[in-house]
Design a protein around this ligand. Structure first.
Ligand SMILES: [Zn+2]
Length: 531
């Protein structure tokens, strides 16, 4: 968490004890021991091992996954991945993403339900993006410029360098930071914080922020490397320029409230000069045009950020503007998608269907845009209570299942389960099994899998799937509890001769997974200092 802006939900969690007290008071022996174990060679500035940085990242990621503002929206998630993956490929080809780094770090991007404009890199290759950023950028290229910048902080090991530098100042500071985060994860369940307390924490967090910001040189390096990564990945350099202008504009207006990104990324004169030098090398051309897909994803992010009823009404109202028909296809798609979403979340299904019908009749949409429209149609059917219709809309006719994207698979599984028909539950379970065999870390898919098994009355597999979901969210304590419950059920079923051959196999998987998770939980407890 060095150097990037702490997301607001984590700020709330960095308790008084965690930040303030830990920085001022001498460390308790057990805590000193903990830090000694976790961060060897801190004092001499030697490289921080990848594994140490990764574990540090995991301890933060675990909190993010638990936060109600963490959002696994498969539609926006697929869109983010469609930008993120080419950046990873480019970084790999350029040699910045080494095989070791790639293998040891997580390279996961989390969506945070927050209207402010922010993106951040955590230790260990965990990144976060606020919905506000997706709704504020005008193109995938602008979003790519921010993601490439954050990616470069990780690949250039800025976080590790920061840890080393803080180590030179004394392991106390570094220990306090880790303890602050560990304390944050310990107080995760004590969410009822008084307003005064929250303000105090906010002040301390701001002080911590200034200590944790990257150096100016690191920011310039992330700009330079990120620029190379995004352009190598095929994004328009113009996107970097226009994003930079957006941030500069906000900085001039001193709009720090809605642009927390500016607090972690000050517009220094050096950065501006660098950006202008890069811009001068570019041929003069207009800003990158928004695609229908981006316009729709931007509108989706705006609605999912829960903007309040006034904004929802405005979004819906834009669809009635007489000039809309004259706008570009992208603009029309964005407005109609936003209007459909806005009416849908207000449960005005009739109005939502009208906007959707206009969206469906738009000509000239690219393939990814057509997919987004189809997913929206299914989402509306499901939200309005017609799960069977959603299944029909999503069931592939000729397309092989294997070629389906995650959003379609998740939405189809959700719709099948919502029909409450055991046969549909069976189909969902087998489709999800296929997906999970290739993507075993997908916590949301495991949760859907649990519901699909429940629908078939298969409690044993349902409980195991719940356990796997907790494990993938890095909550090993909760995972062990669920695996134990599954084990108990398996024993009971065996004693009543209710376990068939498949059931016996499942029981042995549960035994093995329980042992593994117990080991992981012990490690986690050691790192938290709970012995
Ligand atoms: Zn930066």
């Amino acid at each position: 968490m060095f150097s990037f802006l702490l997301p607001p939900h984590l700020l709330r969690r960095v308790g008084v004890l965690g930040v303030c007290a830990a920085m001022l008071l001498p460390m308790a022996p057990a805590q000193a021991q903990l830090n000694h174990n976790r961060l060897p060679n801190l004092g001499d500035g030697a490289d921080v091992p990848l594994g140490v940085e990764r574990r540090l990242g995991e301890s933060i990621a675990r909190e993010i996954y638990r936060d109600p503002d963490y959002l696994d929206d498969p539609v926006l998630g697929d869109y983010l991945q469609s930008i993120w993956q080419p950046l990873l490929v480019a970084a790999r080809q350029r040699g910045e993403l080494t095989p070791e780094l790639e293998q040891q770090f997580a390279w996961e991007v989390a969506l945070i339900r927050d209207r402010s404009i922010n993106a951040f890199a955590l230790p260990g290759g965990y990144l976060g993006v606020h919905l506000g950023l997706i709704s504020a950028v005008s193109s995938a290229d602008e979003l790519a410029s921010v993601l490439a910048h954050e990616l470069s902080h990780v690949t250039q090991r800025h976080i590790a360098r920061m840890i080393s530098q803080q180590g030179k100042q004394g392991p106390m500071v570094m220990g306090a930071m880790i303890l602050g985060m560990l304390a944050a994860s310990r107080t995760a369940n004590a969410s009822s914080m008084s307003a005064a307390n929250a303000m105090m924490v906010g002040g301390q967090a701001a002080a911590m922020q200034s200590q944790l910001n990257f150096s100016r040189d690191m920011e310039r390096e992330a700009d330079r490397v990120g620029y190379g990564v995004m352009t190598d990945a095929g994004y328009e350099a113009q996107g970097f320029v226009t994003m930079f202008e957006k941030l500069q504009q906000a900085a001039r207006l001193n709009d720090n409230g809605s642009f927390p990104y500016l607090r972690s990324h000050p517009m220094t004169t050096e950065r501006i000069a660098d950006a202008q030098a890069r811009q001068q090398l570019l041929p003069t051309r207009a800003a990158v045009e928004t695609t229908p897909t981006h316009a729709m994803m931007s509108a989706r992010a705006q609605v999912l950020a829960k903007p309040g009823v006034d904004v929802l009404r405005t979004l819906a109202g834009q669809a009635h503007a007489t000039t809309l028909a004259l706008a570009t296809p992208a603009k029309q798609a964005g407005v109609l998608y936003g209007a459909t979403m806005a009416e849908m979340v207000q449960r005005n299904f009739g109005a939502a269907r009208q906007h959707l019908a206009r969206l469906q009749s738009l000509a000239g949409l690219e393939l990814s845009a057509l997919r987004a429209v189809r997913l929206l149609a299914a989402e509306l059917a499901l939200t309005a209570g017609d799960a069977a219709q959603a299944v029909v809309l999503l069931t592939p006719k000729v397309v092989l299942l294997a070629s389906q994207d995650r959003a379609t698979r998740m939405q189809l599984a959700r719709s099948r389960i919502a029909t409450q028909k055991p046969a549909q539950g069976k189909l969902a379970a087998s489709e999800l099994s296929l997906w999970l065999s290739q993507h075993p870390r997908d916590a949301s898919a495991w949760l859907l899998q649990a519901s699909a098994y429940e629908l078939q009355g298969d409690s044993l597999r349902a409980i195991r799937a719940q356990a796997e979901a907790r494990a993938m969210e890095l909550d090993y304590g909760a995972a062990v509890d669920r695996f134990k419950a599954a084990q108990q059920l398996a024993h009971q079923m065996a004693s009543e001769s209710k376990l068939d051959r498949g059931g016996h196999m499942e029981a042995s998987i549960i035994d093995a997974r329980l042992r593994e998770l117990e080991r992981l939980r012990r490690e986690q407890a050691l790192e938290r200092g709970i012995n």
